[in-house]
Design a protein around this ligand. Structure first.
Ligand code: FVH
Length: 295
């Protein structure tokens, strides 16, 4: 379908895996998005499903007030929107970037007369349009824009508005992804340690899941200690013991012929916290070590 009219419900720039998944949910919900992609061939299937395909990014932006962007990175957003009139537009940027990039992009949009909302997608393309998958998007920036476009934005997946600082959606996104990567690193180490032994991965899997679930208490516990700056009350596994125990983890890796590269940075951090003042920090839990990460 070719876009010949001036106004549609929303425009979407970017038909990669995520953009295509987003577009399909709007189509399925009865909307008629105008879409554009740098490589036009990717729009073919969506055109057949009812999307309006714009020939240029400028045409796509001109078609609607609400312009959703889901491109590879911030540089591609700049490239796609370069020289396009954004006066009076509502720009929703679902491209993953840093908080600094989001703030700069918000200022850039304001200079061009557009309202700006940044989004950090906490979902894979297969989770889009599947409410029970639990995905959502962190949004930050213009509260007014979020409120006025919320119904459309929530068609693909849930939303969580996290403040008017445009960098905060990206900050929440990266904070959660960082925690996920730490967890992936630990799980990788566990499987590497047992690889080649008479311990099947499928037998270790439920034990790992159960243990990680039990240790999930650390999330809330650390939040309370960071807020109160009380790292010692009610500690059951103190830092001095943890540091001593870390040697066992490193020696076990050595015995198993497994690199300890994924865990040594954290072990080193705990050592530094303890060494700074053993009498003061030995009775803490591990939360106090977080303070050493802040430059
Ligand atoms: N896919 C995922 O699992 C994650 C889930 C969490 C959120 N991310 C972020 O979403 C953004 C888009 O990701 P994607 O999966 O759609 O990525 P691709 O399939 O690689 O598509 C990239 C699109 O960006 C276009 N593009 C790249 N460079 C430019 C440019 N210079 N000018 C214009 N468009 C550009 C690309 O166009 P083409 O290669 O098809 O011509 C695609 O449309 C991303 O920020 C993830 O981090 C996804």
């Amino acid at each position: 379908m070719t876009d010949t009219t001036a106004h549609r419900s929303l425009t979407l720039l970017g038909l990669g895996d995520m953009g295509t998944a987003l577009a399909r949910t709007w189509l399925a919900a009865g909307h008629s998005p105008t879409v554009w992609n740098r490589t036009p061939a990717k729009a073919g299937a969506l055109a057949a499903e009812g999307a309006y395909v714009a020939a240029t990014a400028a045409d796509a932006v001109a078609a609607n007030t609400l312009v959703v962007v889901c491109l590879l990175d911030d540089a591609s957003v700049g490239a796609a929107l370069d020289g396009i009139d954004l006066t009076g537009k509502d720009l929703v940027n679902l491209t993953t970037g840093t908080p600094g990039e989001a703030r700069a992009r918000a200022a850039w949009a304001a200079e061009r007369g557009a309202r700006y909302l940044d989004g950090g997608i906490m979902a894979t393309p297969t989770m889009i349009g599947v409410p029970e998958a639990g995905g959502y998007v962190f949004y930050s920036g213009s509260r007014a824009l979020f409120d006025s476009s919320r119904a459309l934005l929530e068609v693909p997946t849930g939303s969580r508005f996290v403040g008017e600082d445009p960098g905060h959606a990206a900050l929440h996104d990266v904070a959660l992804l960082s925690a996920m990567w730490g967890m992936f690193a630990g799980i990788s180490q566990a499987y590497a340690l047992t690889e080649g032994e008479d311990i099947a991965p499928k037998d270790l899997a439920p034990l790992l899941s159960e243990w990680l679930g039990a240790m999930g208490f650390f999330v809330g516990n650390a939040a309370e200690r960071l807020t109160s700056r009380d790292f010692t009350s009610g500690v059951v596994s103190n830092l001095a013991m943890q540091v001593a125990g870390s040697g066992t983890m490193l020696r076990t890796a050595e015995e198993q012929g497994v690199s300890a590269e994924l865990i040594t940075p954290y072990v080193d951090l705990l050592h530094r916290r303890l060494a700074a003042d053993p009498a003061a920090h030995g009775g803490e839990d591990t939360t106090g070590a977080i303070l050493l990460l802040k430059r």
